[in-house]
Write a protein that binds this ligand. Structure first.
Ligand SMILES: Cc1ncc(COP(=O)(O)O)c(C=O)c1O
Length: 360
């Protein structure tokens, strides 16, 4: 018996009737971009996050770019981001003409180390993008304090953390704006690329909406130079259905994580600070024997993956920054130890037991 890393088919089958009906409604309406179905999803997602505005867009990477642009960040500016994240966080900064400045991470939590942020702040620094990596909220109270002290904007990268929270306050509500990805494998995933920016700031929301739709709020009223980054109606229809289930799916992920943590005796399991709700987009263990573990799991047909094998300062694309071997010691060590185990709501207890037994 093999254990898949994720199983999107199992999720689809569990809500097939609802999804098929929602897609059929879109097909029959022949409204394929925007429209009431997209507006309904934006409203429902804003309510879910507890923010005033949700502006849907084409993908999570665009949502970071749009938030940066709407905040007026661009050429000559610096933006602080963690050394360990998916490359989109950094790419988005480069793509608006600004420079990503990497900061090392916390060894156990794998999110940005707030104590190392201030030493990277210069007079060019305009913003911090904390990433709630794997579904665990970054240390927002400390980060907010630094941002306030240095008058910096905060864009939360919530791509992996739908529904995560600190003391009951959801991620996406701490910063000036937040970006979400609805990539199919995410905790809330569309059937293709999709994303959203959320914010409580009316002006910022209007800016993002203009930027994402050719600079216009109404047809042919191009007040600024924008772009085409809109959500397809089909994705909004799928996401609205899935949003009804996300809380029960998240509770299942949390229960699976608890079982894993009970089982696993020989590796480091995820560390969750008191008051943080980890939503386990990924269940990531750490071990000095990562390569051996990975080979064993693969041989036994148990899915696993590394998120991510190389800290961003050391990927080829960022070699222009000439970072030295000792500049990000924690991220470097963590990337040699992390391993993501199978995790999805529909996963059976026997899969957790098999994976746990194999690792032990
Ligand atoms: C941390 C993080 N940021 C940004 C993104 C970008 O999202 P998308 O793939 O929808 O562009 C992702 C998606 O993988 C992510 O994991």
């Amino acid at each position: 018996m093999s254990v898949p890393f994720v199983d999107l088919k199992a999720q689809y089958l569990s809500i097939k009737d609802e999804i098929d009906e929602a897609i059929s409604t879109v097909l029959n309406s022949t409204q394929f971009i925007g429209g009431q179905i997209v507006k309904d999803f934006e409203l429902a997602f804003a309510n879910y996050v507890s923010v005033n505005h949700c502006i849907s867009c084409a993908n999570g990477t665009d949502s970071i770019e749009l938030a940066l642009q709407a905040l007026g960040i661009g050429e000559g500016d610096e933006v602080i981001i963690p050394a360990l994240t998916w490359i989109s966080t950094a790419e988005a900064v480069n793509n608006v003409g600004a420079e990503p400045i990497f900061v090392d991470i916390l060894a156990d939590e794998c999110t940005i180390n707030p104590h190392l942020i201030e030493e990277k702040i210069t007079d060019k620094t305009k913003a911090i993008i904390p990433v709630h990596l794997y579904g665990l909220p970054a240390r927002m109270p400390e980060i907010l304090e630094i941002a306030k002290k240095h008058d910096l904007r905060i864009i939360e990268d919530c791509a992996q953390a739908h529904g995560a929270s600190i003391e009951g306050k959801k991620v996406g509500t701490f910063g000036d704006a937040a970006s979400f990805s609805f990539y199919p494998g995410k905790n809330l995933g569309a059937y293709g690329d999709a994303g959203a920016v959320v914010t409580n700031d009316d002006g910022l929301a209007e800016n993002v909406r203009r930027l994402s739709n050719h600079g216009q709020l109404s047809k042919h009223d191009h007040q600024i130079i924008g772009r085409n980054s809109r959500m397809d109606t089909m994705h909004a229809a799928v996401l609205s259905v899935k949003l009804r289930h996300i809380e029960s799916w998240t509770e299942k992920r949390i229960a699976h994580a608890k079982r894993y943590t009970e089982f696993l005796t020989s590796v480091q399991t995820p560390v969750v600070p008191v008051g943080h709700r980890h939503v386990y987009h990924l269940y990531v263990i750490q071990s000095d024997k990562r390569e051996e573990l990975m080979n064993k799991l693969k041989k036994e047909g148990i899915g696993c993956a590394i998120h991510y094998p190389t800290a961003l300062p050391f990927v080829e694309a960022y070699s222009y920054k000439n970072h030295g071997q000792n500049n990000f010691p924690v991220a470097e060590r963590v990337t040699s130890r992390i391993l993501s185990l199978p995790m999805y709501a529909e996963m059976g207890e026997e899969f957790i037991r098999m994976t746990g037994d194999s690792i032990n």
